[in-house]
Design a protein around this ligand. Structure first.
Ligand SMILES: Cc1cc2nc3c(=O)[nH]c(=O)nc-3n(C[C@H](O)[C@H](O)[C@H](O)COP(=O)(O)O)c2cc1C
Length: 330
């Protein structure tokens, strides 16, 4: 049974990865319904938070129904990170997660995200200060190292655990790899097998089938799988993995009616959360995946992604239901 601080997250939990512009409250709620055991917000800039930038503070919104939920923050400045902890606590999350893995230039160039992999002392001291500044469990998400010649994840894991980090999610790539090549889970398993390590070690990177999730559990012996891209527009991934764990069999893909139900609720939750204009706009990116692979669908998709009024998008969903409700997904 894995525990993050005092939070019981079950046997081999499936965690929804933090993903910028994807892991917002409506999407997290859908993933939770489909079996995600822990969900994370997208990364939030500590500098943005302390400036009270509206875009950053909106990212702090969480729904009761998605708990346990972690709010992820990034930054490299001690004072800003500590102030952010205080701001984040007001949203009452279950976990505060620190992003020490983002490879994007504009983050790394400020020494934040994966940039901090070049300064492990700073990574450890920031984490220690944050742990001391809050009663909430503090967790870290990071990568194997800066590049293949500086894989220091074992040292990082031991030192973070020693200063009170309560769980570690490790993406099996270096910063230099960005998203290229295959994620390497072997160094993550080495961390897990270190007898000094007692906090949960979650694996991340390329879990894109139930078989892969099972391999992460049984062959690599990790404590849970953090899932990113496989869930985008496909929150059913979580239930498919859980069903496979339980029965050894694959669930059939979601039906058209299930997909429509998700799309309708996703749009409605987004509108309730951020208003019609933004809700309509920001939910568009999910439809391509919800309705992937249907022949002669362009006209319907165009209506979904070009209409500015929610009622037109809902009308497009109704047309899909009328014309495709019996469609069998492969
Ligand atoms: C669109 C997108 C946005 C992401 N944003 C974040 C983020 O905000 N914070 C973070 O720690 N990782 C972020 N990541 C990285 C993912 O959390 C995850 O580590 C990576 O995608 C590998 O896992 P996967 O193979 O299951 O997708 C992002 C990835 C994608 C594809």
């Amino acid at each position: 049974m894995a525990k993050i601080g005092n939070i019981d997250v079950g046997d081999f939990p499936l965690l929804l990865a933090p993903m910028e512009d994807v892991s917002d409250p409506p999407f997290r709620a859908l993933c939770k319904e489909q079996g995600a055991d822990v969900v994370y917000t997208e990364f939030i800039s500590s500098e943005g938070l302390i400036r009270d930038a509206a875009k950053s503070t909106m990212k702090l919104d969480i729904y009761e129904k998605e708990r346990p939920v972690g709010i992820q923050i990034f930054g490299a400045n001690l004072e800003s990170m500590l102030q952010s902890v205080e701001i984040v606590e007001k949203s009452n999350p279950d976990i505060i997660d620190i992003n020490f893995g983002c490879p994007v230039k504009k983050v790394v160039s400020k020494g934040a995200g994966a940039g901090i992999l070049k300064d492990i002392d700073l990574m450890v001291s920031l984490t220690e200060a944050m742990v001391k500044h809050t009663k909430l469990p503090v967790t870290v998400k990071t990568r194997l190292g800066w590049d293949k010649d500086s894989i220091k994840i074992m040292e990082v894991a031991e030192r973070l655990q020693d200063v009170g980090c309560q769980a570690l999610a490790i993406h099996g790539r270096t910063r230099v790899q960005m998203y290229k090549g295959d994620a390497d889970w072997a160094p993550i398993a080495e961390v897990k097998n270190n007898s000094r390590i007692h906090i949960p070690i979650f694996g991340n990177g390329d879990v894109n089938s139930p078989e892969k999730a099972m391999e992460m559990r049984d062959k690599f012996g990790l404590d849970g799988a953090m899932i990113g891209r496989a869930s985008i527009g496909y929150p059913w991934f979580f239930r498919e993995v859980k069903h496979y764990f339980k029965t050894g069999e694959h669930l059939p893909p979601p039906t058209m009616l299930e997909r429509l139900d998700a799309a309708r609720r996703h749009l409605q939750m987004a509108i309730d959360w951020k208003g019609e204009k933004l809700g309509v706009f920001e939910t568009r990116r999910h439809y391509t995946n919800y309705f992937k692979g249907i022949p002669h669908f362009k006209e319907y998709r165009m209506k979904m992604v070009t209409s500015d009024d929610a009622k037109d998008v809902f009308a497009a969903f109704d047309e899909v239901e009328r014309d495709f409700s019996g469609y069998q997904f492969a």
